[in-house]
Design a protein around this ligand. Structure first.
Ligand code: ADP
Length: 292
């Protein structure tokens, strides 16, 4: 059976969606993003032969990938190719799925995160996560951000908590919009503000890596632009891995791009090279909208 006939109708190859101008624009954006990137960066997260099984079904096959420090790495590829599964390996979120089993080696700063002595709660503070749909706690704006530092014992006094909350909201580009309503529920904010609140919540516990699983897919174009700007700012301080279905978004915000297909890593490289001169035909076809 051909690869294509195994797909669901929605996944079958579609005619090219990108016209010439769109492609030129993508390339220009990828080049601009690359120019803002540092020339070289150390490896923050290293994965080797990472495989994931859901019960008997294998969803990820031997992924070897280096995630560079203080860069944005975009994970792209058609639906169901394993991007979220890979992302969830990086802070052991797959542990929360009963039938999931992860093999291979994942290192954060050279340390195996699947080792038996690892404190998973602490790991998830170091490697934070932002989900597709903004998911503030049913608490006030203030408490959404204060909760993490409190349970992690990062602040002893009220003043210290206030300081962390303010700094995190500022870093997430939300403080000015919410400073007069910190006691209102997080859910009273707009979708885009809620997503920035979730980013502030992740930042508050002092992460080194932030994982984002399609963080803009539930947002309108203006809120999306705001979050994309924020991602570009956050890169100064954090290593970011983002799953995205939008090639424009990958080109705009990332310096590195990794292309997945049917559970395999097809290739990874600087985003401008991936968009201008991919090594693999599959990447070229996906980027130009021939399938996906
Ligand atoms: P992507 O993020 O690229 O859309 P996913 O990582 O979500 O892909 O899914 C990869 C494969 O793993 C798919 O076949 C999907 O059905 C399967 N899968 C993902 N999550 C689960 C789960 N919790 N239980 C069983 N299968 C899953």
């Amino acid at each position: 059976m051909s690869e294509d006939s195994m797909r669901s109708p929605a996944q079958r190859i579609e005619p090219a969606r990108l016209d010439h101008e769109d492609r030129e624009e993508l390339v220009a954006e990828a080049r601009a993003a690359a120019q803002r990137a540092p020339d070289e960066a150390r490896v923050k997260v290293k994965t080797r032969e990472v495989a994931v099984f859901y019960g008997a079904k294998q969803a990820l096959f031997d992924v070897d990938l280096d995630i560079r420090e203080r860069m944005v790495t975009a994970l792209i590829g058609p639906s169901g190719c394993g991007k979220s599964t890979y992302l969830r390996c990086l802070n052991r979120m797959n542990d929360t799925i009963d039938i999931a089993r992860v093999t291979g080696r994942i290192e954060l700063d050279g340390e195996d995160i699947y080792e038996s002595g690892i404190d998973v709660v602490e790991l998830r503070a170091r490697v934070g996560m932002v989900f597709q749909k903004p998911n503030p706690f049913p608490k006030s704006i203030f408490e959404n951000v204060a909760y993490g530092p409190r349970i992690h014992g990062l602040a002893a006094t009220k003043a210290e908590i206030q300081d962390i909350v303010e700094k995190s909201l500022k870093r997430a580009g939300l403080f000015e919009e919410v400073k007069d309503r910190l006691n209102e529920p997080g859910t009273s904010l707009s979708g885009g503000q809620q997503q920035r609140l979730c980013i502030a919540r992740a930042i508050a516990v002092g992460p080194e890596v932030i994982l984002m699983d399609e963080p803009c897919s539930a947002l309108d174009p203006i809120a999306t632009a705001r979050v994309e700007e924020l991602i570009d700012e956050l890169r100064q301080n954090y290593t970011i891995v983002i799953v995205t279905h939008s090639m424009q978004q990958a080109a705009r915000v990332s310096q590195r791009t990794a292309m997945f297909h049917l559970g395999n890593l097809v290739e990874e490289g600087p985003t401008d090279r991936m968009f201008t001169n991919p090594r693999e035909r599959k990447t070229q076809d996906y980027i130009t909208g021939r399938f996906g």
